[in-house]
Design a protein around this ligand. Structure first.
Ligand SMILES: Nc1ncnc2c1ncn2[C@@H]1O[C@H](COP(=O)(O)OP(=O)(O)OP(=O)(O)O)[C@@H](O)[C@H]1O
Ligand SMILES: [Mg+2]
Length: 297
């Protein structure tokens, strides 16, 4: 397993591409969001300064904003509530105490616009996650209405696979798949509407749900630039893909290289890292209307 970015004297449960998870006792996890950045599912060598704090700040904003739509795993982002071993200044603003969730084996994606892997599939077969779509759609066009398009949850290093609603129902049961769809669509719609007022299009997003005390809850991160595509509304034009508020500078740079998108990753120039860092902060400030300077850490 990957080495955690911050070693904490608690049992280390898991390190994903971005987050390090520790057991905080009493059925709780401590999730630390690192500055690691992944592109094409490969973690880069260079951290993006403050990225983990921005993702955390944004998730915290949405958990609060969306709390009436669904329960979440969040207990606290306040260091005073953390186990003593985690009360360290370098963890401030990038750490949350959460309920341990029994995670579902699917990723709950919602697409409001057709782009990325969905656009590729549509070009190939006129479908999206196996379901038919109107003909003649253009890249980045808004879908007639948001669609729940689940995927499998691949092991580290592998790519998730887009699946149909029926395939998701085979994995988790029809009733739960329906519940996931309803929750994901409600969360997405509320988030999309909020962002639209601030000039940002949330083109698509991925939620991860799990059971907390028998109740379906939103876990992981929510509506961040890592789990979603945020586009500046004034740069959106169907027929092309707008730049997004996130690792776009990193992706653009990687596209100029002859790299096969498998580890080891190439070295990122400092200017690319800084440009990406600035975009994360700008996305946060536009969405929340808050200054990132006021976020702890
Ligand atoms: N409350 C929770 N309880 C249990 N697991 C959680 C909870 N919230 C998030 N997770 C899991 O923790 C991990 C977060 O780590 P991270 O986002 O870095 O992983 P990832 O690289 O995106 O995904 P992968 O799991 O494929 O490594 C995810 O596997 C996510 O499903
Ligand atoms: Mg993740």
């Amino acid at each position: 397993m990957r080495e955690p970015a911050y070693k904490i004297d608690l049992p280390h449960v898991y390190s994903g591409k971005v987050r390090d998870i520790y057991d905080a006792g009493d059925n709780r996890y401590l999730m630390v969001t690192s500055d690691r950045i992944s592109a094409f599912d490969v973690v880069m060598n260079e951290p993006v300064p403050n990225k983990g704090r921005v993702l955390m700040a944004m998730s915290a904003f949405w958990f609060e904003h969306l709390s009436e739509i669904g329960a979440s795993h969040l207990i606290s982002t306040d260091m005073a509530d953390f186990p003593e071993q985690a009360q360290r200044p370098e963890l401030a603003g990038r750490t949350m105490l959460v309920h341990k969730a029994e995670m579902l084996p699917i990723e709950c994606i919602v697409r409001g616009y057709i782009t990325g892997s969905a656009w590729k599939e549509y070009q190939r077969s006129g479908t999206m996650h196996g379901e038919a779509l109107p003909t003649g759609m253009q890249e980045s066009e808004q879908l007639p209405e948001p669609v729940f398009t689940p995927s499998t949850k691949a092991e580290d290093g592998l790519h998730d696979e887009n699946i149909s609603f029926d395939a998701a129902a085979d994995l988790v049961g029809t009733e739960l798949a329906n519940q996931c769809r309803d929750l994901a669509l409600s969360l997405y719609t509320a988030g999309r509407d909020h962002a639209a007022e601030r000039g940002i299009i949330i083109a698509d997003t991925k939620f991860e749900f799990g059971f907390v005390n028998g109740q379906l809850a939103v876990a992981d991160e929510v509506l961040t630039p890592d789990s979603s595509r945020f586009w500046p509304a004034d740069q959106w034009m169907p027929g092309s893909t707008p730049p997004s508020f996130d690792k776009q500078p990193v992706r653009d740079h990687l596209d100029t290289l002859d790299w096969d998108k498998t580890p080891p990753p190439p070295t990122l120039p400092e200017s690319v890292v800084q440009a990406s860092a600035a975009r994360y902060v700008e996305g946060y400030e536009r969405i929340t209307g808050k200054s990132f300077a006021d976020w702890p850490g």
